[in-house]
Design a protein around this ligand. Structure first.
Ligand code: SF4
Length: 410
């Protein structure tokens, strides 16, 4: 799920493909980066090795950010040689990165050969009463098929699902970016929270996202708290029920409208799974174990669109809609992108909307926006990088054609 606003102020933009550490292995090798523990245990057993090797190798990959088997010093030389021959640890290629002065980091990854095979990942640091947080917003698909009318990613159409390695590779790279210059044995994990809220609808790439989240929670990998891993969906109802069976993580819903007529327009999947079904699925997700799991409440994401969904009556509709659902509401000031058909609600309007909800007893926050001046909306940075790539290609072709004419004219 992509909302917008996961943004940084513009500063240090660099072309970064040279810094990606793990690009050289051949395509036939098995990429261990994306394997969950059961998958890796099976892999080692199939090799005739003990399955505890899986935990050892996962620690090297996900806790020490090692991509060279030679550095895995608690593994025998013979096994390391074997792994070197048939495996690789390959993160997606970084084609662009932007580290802001405010601590926000953004990456664009290339995940295929096409000029549009790009996804973006954003890391936002924050301080709160629980201490320092670094929250990473991860993409699950290249583009998105759901075509929400306010979403920059939706305008790019759907290309393909990301693989497990491409999903977990975003978390790997974000952590690695802090540890690049640190000796292997002193490396540690920096990212504290993950939201599956980047490009794409994560529940439509279910198996890969599920296994990637299992790696996030695994003590042999990132060991993240289940309350710090959140999946955000536009509302694929049957998959919400499946998720409840398969894993215990926090759930966020991209609501954006409080009646079906408007939501059909803003979030078209609502035509298939209308609000009544979606809210009922959220209630089932929380279930009776709510207090013991990551499922104490559902986070409601609501992008504020000027004159569209920000009227007092919409706040009243939300109060009714959510009255039986333990929820926290996050109001998101819209970040307009080129040709966006909407504008951002005024500050006064957003505050008044928040007050109505708070007065009704809801915990309601306004998301802080950063970097309106650049690539603010999720999917926009990818659009810009793709545009630049396309323009560079067109320029190269133009120069080649001119050279050809000069050559032919002798
Ligand atoms: S179009 Fe896709 S990525 Fe964008 S908000 Fe909708 S579900 Fe999320």
């Amino acid at each position: 799920m992509s909302t917008e606003v996961l943004a940084a102020s513009a500063t240090d933009v660099q072309q970064a493909s040279a810094s990606a550490p793990a690009q050289s292995a051949t395509a036939e090798k098995v990429n261990l980066l994306g394997m969950s523990r059961p998958q890796m245990e099976k892999f080692f057993e199939d090799l005739g090795e003990k399955k505890f090797r899986a935990g050892q190798v996962m620690k090297w990959i996900h806790q020490f950010f090692v991509t060279d088997f030679a550095e895995m010093t608690n593994i025998s030389g013979k096994l390391r040689e074997k792994l070197e021959k048939i495996c690789e640890i390959k993160a997606p290629e970084v084609v662009h990165k932007n580290y802001s002065k405010d601590g926000t980091r953004k990456w664009v990854f290339r995940v295929g050969d096409g000029e549009g095979s790009l996804v973006e990942t954003v890391l936002i640091p924050a301080e709160d009463k629980t201490g320092s947080r670094k929250t990473l917003c991860i993409s699950s698909q290249v583009g998105c098929a759901l075509d929400c009318s306010f979403c920059s990613t939706g305008k790019q159409g759907f290309q393909r699902d990301l693989t497990q390695a491409e999903i977990i590779g975003q978390l790997w790279m974000a952590n690695y970016s802090y540890m690049e210059d640190v000796p292997v044995i002193e490396r540690e994990r920096s990212v504290t929270n993950v939201v599956m809220m980047g490009m794409g609808e994560p529940l439509l790439n279910y198996d890969a996202v599920l296994n990637a989240m299992r790696i996030m929670l695994d003590d042999f990998a990132y060991g993240m708290s289940k309350r710090r891993v959140t999946l955000s969906t536009s509302g694929v109802v049957p998959k919400i029920d499946q998720l409840a069976q398969d894993i215990d993580v926090a759930l966020a819903i991209s609501l954006h409208a409080t009646n079906n007529e408007l939501r059909d327009e803003l979030v078209p999947i609502n035509k298939k799974y209308p609000l009544e079904q979606l809210i009922a699925a959220c209630q089932r997700y929380i279930g009776k174990d709510g207090n013991e799991s990551a499922r104490k409440h559902v986070t409601i994401e609501y992008v504020m669109l000027d004159g569209v969904n920000d009227h007092p009556e919409h706040a009243q509709q939300m109060i009714k809609l959510l009255k039986n659902l333990p929820s926290k509401i996050n109001l998101i000031p819209f970040n307009p992108f080129p040709h966006a058909p909407y504008g951002r609600s005024s500050r006064n309007r957003i505050i008044s909307f928040q007050k109505t909800l708070s007065d009704a007893g809801f915990v309601c926050t306004i998301r802080q926006t950063r970097g309106d001046d650049i690539d603010a909306a999720c999917g926009q940075l990818v659009g810009q990088v793709a545009d630049r790539t396309r323009r560079a290609e067109q320029w190269k072709k133009k120069v080649a054609a001119q050279n050809e004419i000069i050559r032919s004219q002798g």
